[in-house]
Design a protein around this ligand. Structure first.
Ligand SMILES: Cc1cc2nc3c(=O)[nH]c(=O)nc-3n(C[C@H](O)[C@H](O)[C@H](O)COP(=O)(O)O)c2cc1C
Length: 243
């Protein structure tokens, strides 16, 4: 049976000032955090958040999500192996699915550039400084120092509809985390290293690595966490038919 939220009141007390009280506040205060404190997250709370997240809807209730939570030594083993592979690029690392189009176009190209430049500006990384960009990218593979790392997979036989369901589950997770003063970063950087991930976490080849996710308490002193992203105006993407 699922725990009630009050069961975690004590363990989350130190993050009380960062707790979201309403669904709207949790949604608006969620953002991708890219530097975490080492403070551990109680495993009972991680389990609770994952159980609540699984209340996400899915077509015919198929619940296509499958995941791995890594903390401690397993997390370290995974991070060490993938940081090494990413920094000493020996090639052969490609996603099992295509996240982005081969050629970007507007308005998506501009939005993507805005967030990228915004982050590099904050970090003082200049255009063309590929080494520092690569080092920043490799921080993905320490889960940005979050104590809890998660790797999500999906059965290869499932179709695009299940990926829609999957997104709902992942968003639930990121929103519920806010209720406990926790932050997240969803990470599509991980799937490129699916061969290493599958070996270390013993994941069968019939699964596709969907993404990783960092979970923990925000390091508010880290400048990278000052990044705030914009959203398009409502009327740019929704058409209201009112007559
Ligand atoms: C599925 C998914 C994968 C993402 N992968 C990464 C990633 O690998 N590394 C990263 O730093 N941010 C990643 N992001 C975060 C996006 O850059 C971020 O959501 C976007 O810029 C909007 O900012 P916000 O999350 O702070 O609102 C990912 C987001 C999503 C939804």
């Amino acid at each position: 049976m699922m725990n009630s939220p009050s069961a975690f009141a004590k363990v989350t007390a130190h993050a009380a000032a960062d707790v979201s009280e309403t669904a709207e506040d949790a949604i608006v205060s969620r953002r991708s955090v890219r530097a975490f404190l080492p403070d551990p997250v109680p495993m009972a709370l991680v389990r609770h958040i994952l159980e609540v997240s699984a209340r996400a809807p899915s077509g015919t209730n198929m619940q296509p999500w499958q995941g791995h939570v890594v903390v401690g030594r397993k997390r370290q083993e995974l991070c060490d192996a993938v940081v090494d592979a990413s920094l000493n690029d020996r090639g052969g690392h490609e996603k099992e699915y295509k996240y982005y189009p081969d050629k970007f176009f507007d308005p998506y190209l501009t939005r993507r550039r805005t967030v990228g430049f915004g982050m590099y500006d904050l970090l003082g990384i200049r255009k063309g400084d590929t080494l520092r960009m690569k080092e920043q990218g490799a921080k993905n593979f320490t889960f940005f120092d979050a104590p809890v790392g998660m790797i999500f997979t999906i059965d290869k036989r499932l179709e695009i509809g299940s990926w829609l369901d999957y997104g709902m589950y992942l968003e639930n997770l990121m929103i519920v985390a806010r209720q406990y003063g926790l932050h997240t970063c969803p990470q599509a950087a991980w799937p490129s290293y699916h061969t290493i991930i599958k070996r270390i976490l013993d994941i069968p080849d019939g699964e596709t690595v969907v993404c990783g996710m960092a979970l923990g308490y925000e390091d508010k002193s880290a400048v990278v966490n000052d990044l705030r992203t914009e959203r398009a105006d409502l009327d740019d993407y929704i058409t209201f038919h009112e007559d």
